[in-house]
Design a protein around this ligand. Structure first.
Ligand code: NAI
Length: 334
């Protein structure tokens, strides 16, 4: 099939070309959005990433241009209007699991780097400053960590934290406690927030989880709680988090995702002025560590994403199910 690959960076080209055997890939730097959707005209398949905006208008334009398949290079699909795709007869496929280890390990990297002030320590040592003032951390051993979501990634995070000697609490209304490992304790949202030293988010962004961590949620946390988000930016009300950072309600914040990241992440903007005042404010805090949606970015994950994406397209072309179609009825719980 001819596939228009949107938001293609050099690594996307490398890994997709290596995984491709049967298809014609046309790489485009542009994000997919209303202004760029005309680039997809005549392509039976398109391939998109997390900050492409596949809204209802885009879906309508894709359908009019002859597109029948949208292949996501991601597990998350909150950036796609699935109802519109369903109505237009466009199939949407995703990569449901590629490397939960990549994201889980990055989550731990943020926790450890924040706790032990690694960026500040590195900068000091490079300048010949070997003073330890301001670098005090805490033992992870014995601390309580609360996870929202015990799916593929949350389960790996739980296992790693258990290895550190942490108490692991989980809030996940869709997981049966009997199916979870014995070292995990289930709790409701409020109890979890009141109990733990670290909160880490591993659930999808849905209408129900939008701003899961807002001012009300933060009002239940311990003072100086550490908050980590490697899932989706919209899970956190960033302005409420900034207010809590200013008064010590939140003691550390580690982000790999940001609710307005679409205009920032994945591009080199070092010569540009950042117009997003909320993001700019986040960068002023010494106890905030942000990475630009790189938790997935390991060699193993990119191989898996590329291989599954090409298989998804081949299955569609051959009229067989890959098992990776996003079914609206399953999402609705029909
Ligand atoms: P998954 O589908 O295996 O697990 C998600 C879990 O969240 C499920 O167990 C589900 O029951 C639970 N959940 C759903 N609604 C919930 C709620 N209201 N409260 C608590 N738990 C809830 O997904 P996976 O693979 O573990 O990924 C988790 C998220 O990580 C994805 O949705 C995606 O947004 C994000 N992600 C981020 C990446 C990055 O590079 N930063 C890369 C890959 C995924």
């Amino acid at each position: 099939m001819r596939i228009a690959v949107f938001s293609a960076r050099s690594y996307d080209r490398d890994y997709l070309e290596r995984a491709n055997k049967d298809h014609e890939l046309v790489f485009m730097d542009a994000h997919l959005e209303s202004d760029t959707v005309r680039l997809a005209e005549g392509f039976p398949a398109i391939c998109v990433f997390v900050n492409d905006d596949v809204n209802a208008d885009v879906v309508a334009a894709l359908a009019a241009g002859g597109t029948r398949l949208i292949a996501l290079r991601s597990a998350g699909y909150n950036h796609v209007d699935l109802s519109a795709a369903d109505a237009a007869g466009i199939t949407v496929v995703r990569v449901p699991a590629y490397s939960p280890y990549a994201v889980a390990e990055h989550t731990l990297a943020l926790i450890l780097a924040l706790n032990r002030h690694i960026p500040k320590a590195h900068a000091r040592v490079r300048e010949g400053n070997f003073a330890l003032d301001g670098l005090l951390g805490f033992d992870l051993h014995g601390k309580s960590v609360g996870l929202f979501g015990l799916g593929a990634i949350g389960s790996v995070v739980a296992r790693i934290l258990h290895g550190f000697g942490c108490r692991v609490l989980v809030c996940d209304p869709f997981v049966d406690a009997n199916d979870a490992p014995s070292y995990v304790e289930f709790a409701d949202k409020r109890t979890l927030l009141q109990t733990v030293d670290i909160v880490s988010l591993h659930c999808p962004l849905t209408p129900e989880t939008y701003h899961l961590i807002d001012a009300e949620a933060i009002s239940h946390t311990r003072d100086n709680v550490m908050l980590i988000n490697t899932s989706r930016g919209g899970l956190i009300d960033t302005k409420a988090v900034i207010a809590a950072l200013k008064v010590g309600g939140i003691g550390h914040l580690g982000l790999d995702v940001y609710e307005e990241e679409a205009d920032l992440f994945f591009d080199d903007l070092s010569d540009h002025i950042i117009a997003d005042d909320v993001f700019a404010r986040l960068l002023t805090f010494p106890n905030v560590l942000i990475t630009g949606h790189q938790a997935f970015f390991t060699h193993e994950a990119l191989i898996s994403i590329a291989t599954t994406t090409m298989e998804n397209v081949s299955c569609y072309e051959n009229g067989v199910s890959s098992g990776n179609e996003i079914s609206l009825s399953v999402i609705r719980g029909d």
